[in-house]
Structure formats: structure tokens, C-alpha cells
Design a protein around this ligand. Sequence first.
Ligand code: 16G
Length: 255
Amino acid sequence: MNMAEFLKPENWLMPASGPRYLQLRRRLDEAIVTGLLQPQTPLPSEREIASLTNLSRVTVRKAIAALADDGAVVQRHGSGSFVAARPPRVEQSLTQLTSFTEDMAQRGMDTKALWLERGLFLPSPEEITALGLAADVSVSRLARLRMADGRPMAIERASLPVDILPNPTLVEHSLYKALNDLGMPPVRAIQKITALNLDDRDADLLDVEPHTAGLKIERTSYLKDGRVVEFTRSIYRSDAYDFVAELRLSNSKDT
Ligand code: 16G
């Protein structure tokens, strides 16, 4: 498919899918992620995109500026906009307790999941310890490959006590939304991040070379009453993610 075809509004622009500049931003990002627009090549001009999409130049300008803010596009004064050298990285705050779905929605990205496992199982010794379970009680497991705008970002393996999530098949899209609906939202979490080299299977799922470096993250989340609600082991692509923490002086007066 060429860009003219790809940008035809009837293929992607929808009245109920949010601001038009964000929809265009997503569409252009998709062209970058899928390689239709190659790294370091010029984007079609503002005027060309406007005429292909029937959108105003102001809307096109806003979409390109948003891509530039994310680092997906570089704007060069006088010579137009170019696709950045590498796919953009996602920055995730280490101080906010948010879900993958929320994180990506904040960036205007669409999320999808490929289910790797979802059901009730007998707990492993690691799950028994992390969730404080009895050995003969089942555990709810949800393992997913998480994707943003079609790009694999992370593999997540979540385990939850069965009395908190009795039916893991109820989780269709967002685990945190399901927990909210059950009146059991996590309010606090501890995260541990370590480096690892991806094994063949995980590298294949994440669409990177085997043994590439990845980020392993263990999150233990708690309910308001102090009970552990989730124990999740995730593997994030290290070329797609930056985890960012805000640090303050411990005796600062304006915290
Ligand atoms: C995040 C969490 C993960 C949580 C998931 C819920 C990290 C490292 N992990 O990815 O522990 O289970 O969000 O997302 O941030 P969901 O509500 O979209 O299913």
C-alpha cells in the first residue's frame, strides 16, 4: 500500500474515535511502526497530507507536532518533517500506579493483547509466597503479550488470589478495570526492575533478536486493607521503554 491509499480518510477516520488530530497522529504512527514510512525518510508535506485526508492544515500540523513531541518525527526548519532514526521510546513514570491500558491511552495509543494463558491453576511456590496463599488453593493467572499501536511492548504474567479474582476469563481488556469493577482496585505497589537477556520464546513474542537485553519487572500490588491483590512478572522491550522516577531531597520543605 502506498501513503496516498493509506491516508484515505475512509480507511481510518471515524467520527466517534476522538479528536481528528489524534486519529491522524495514530495513523501516521502506524505507518512508521509498520515500516510504510521508513526511518529518516521525509513525511509527505503538510499540504499533501491535508489534501489526502481532507483535514485542515492546522489539524495536520497538530498531529505532526504531537509525533515530534513523542520523538517519532523530527521537524527540520525549512526542509519539513522526517521519520526519526529509531522507533520512539515510551517513558513510564515509576511513581504513579497506572495500568498498561491507561499508560498507552494517555499517549493516544491503541492497546491489544494476545492471550498466552488465562485460567485457574495450582499455585507455584513463588506464587504461594508472593500472594500469601495456602498450597491447595487455586490461583488466577493471566499471561498476555501487550501491544501498543500494533507493536509488541511487553509480556505480562499476572497472578491473583482466587478470592479476589474468581473468574480470570472475565478480564477481557484491562485487569485494573476488572479489579475496579469488582471493588478491589490496587492502591499501592512495589516494583522491582532487573535486566535480563531474552530467551528465544520471549524474544520471538516481542519481535526482537534472541538474547537481546530486556527489562524484567516484578510488581506486587496491595488493596487498601493491605492484602496482596496481584503479583505480576513482566518483561518489557528495553528499546521501547524508559522508566522514569522523580526524586526529591528527603528534607525538602515543599514536598
Ligand atoms: C501494568 C503493570 C501490571 C498490571 C497491568 C494492568 C507494570 C510494570 N506492570 O502493565 O502489573 O497488571 O499494568 O494493565 O507497569 P491492564 O489494566 O491494562 O490490564
